[in-house]
Design a protein around this ligand. Structure first.
Ligand code: SF4
Length: 366
């Protein structure tokens, strides 16, 4: 801590413990994709390996009533953002489409490139979408069971704390995500609770929002959003096609990646960048007319959320590479690769979301 108090680090662990101690509150967690590959090595487990099942077990023991996977709502983001992308291409307007799932990048555009605000996708981030859907689900008295719902999201960065309290991310004027805990705060809570994390058995997330496709899981690494969009755009489900997409230039460690993919007789020019210095380079080139893209994906942190500011520090090159590999491995072992094949997502569209898609999944303004 800063000895003079000039720098105050705001944590939200106390608010989380208070909610967990209140029997009149249903405490619901969502866990972002990047968190699962940054926790294990703190407990001497294999670096970069997903320990999602152990995290779920730990949260259940700490008193969380329901534990859901933000990869599920990453699938919702892909469904909505792909539709928005195709609509803009058809109309030839508001291109390039700028992704909107990183709040630090959204703030960068809204503060410094205001003329490109209309280009931002109107999609809420996966955190915002899942919290809105969960709050709507528990509005039903049968689901609520007489208890108030407090939504706690476990995220790789503090920018998500700022996003949660941004009024234009609310639904009907109400905050959807009540408390945001970073990965490092989660580690402190697990340690304070006295759990022997390494020996915990893995547990599954709860239903009905506990499963994400492989496309949803790779959101945590730079290029993951774009790769999931490309999977969604292709009608082909074969392993060969998934492999071709992975090899098209979307993966890799470079700060700025550019590539072109064919789509229905067109060539889609795509740029994927991470780190705000790289974002500035990309935006200056677009503004000066040096570059023309259909889609730009930016993550404010280099390499994406796996290296977010709320993740455990002291991460050398090996850690960075292993966290990315951990998410790609989680995708490899997930039987459903595409967001539009996630049966829970399809069920949601046919049920709770019907007629409320825009209301719960999009921002009306930035
Ligand atoms: Fe947060 Fe960084 Fe991920 Fe953006 S890229 S959502 S700032 S962790």
């Amino acid at each position: 801590y800063c000895p003079t108090g000039a720098i105050a680090i705001k944590t939200h662990m106390n608010e989380a413990w208070e909610a967990l101690a209140d029997p009149n509150i249903r405490v619901v967690a969502q866990i972002a994709p990047a968190v699962r590959v940054a926790v294990g090595d703190h407990y001497g487990l294999t670096k970069g390996k997903s320990v999602m099942g152990k995290i779920v077990n730990a949260l259940h023991r700490m008193g969380f009533d329901e534990v859901y996977d933000t990869s599920f709502s990453a699938d919702l983001t892909i469904m909505e953002e792909s539709a928005e992308f195709l609509d803009r291409i058809k109309k030839g307007e508001k291109l390039p489409l700028l992704t909107s799932c990183c709040p630090a990048w959204v703030k960068f555009i809204t503060d410094q490139y205001k003329e490109y605000i209309p280009n931002l996708s109107t999609c809420r981030s996966p955190q915002g979408m899942l919290s809105a859907v969960i709050k709507e689900y528990f509005r039903d008295p049968e689901h609520a069971g007489g208890r108030k719902t407090v939504m706690i999201s476990i995220m790789p960065c503090t920018a998500k704390k700022a996003e949660a309290v941004r009024p234009n991310s609310f639904t009907d004027g109400e905050q959807d995500t009540d408390i945001v805990i970073t990965t490092t705060e989660l580690l402190r809570m697990i340690d304070n609770f006295g759990l022997d994390f390494a020996t915990l058995e893995p547990e599954a997330c709860d239903m009905p929002f506990g499963f994400g496709s492989g496309g949803g899981v790779i959101f945590g690494v730079t290029g993951g959003v774009t790769e999931a969009v490309l999977r969604r755009l292709t009608p082909d489900h074969s392993k060969e096609t998934m492999h071709e997409i992975a090899e098209c230039g979307v993966r890799g460690d470079e700060g700025i990646k550019e590539f072109t993919v064919p789509y229905e007789g067109m060539n889609l020019n795509i740029c994927v960048a991470s780190g705000l210095a790289n974002a500035r380079t990309v935006m200056e080139q677009v503004k000066n007319g040096e570059k023309e893209y259909h889609l730009i994906e930016i993550m404010a942190c280099r390499r994406g959320c796996i290296m977010g500011g709320g993740q455990p520090t002291r991460s050398g090159d090996r850690t960075k590479a292993l966290r990315a590999k951990g998410l790609y491995n989680a995708d490899n072992t997930t039987i459903i690769k595409k967001s539009d094949e996630n049966p829970l997502v399809l069920e949601l569209y046919n049920g709770l979301l019907k007629g409320k898609e825009h209301h719960l999944l999009h921002n009306d303004s930035y």
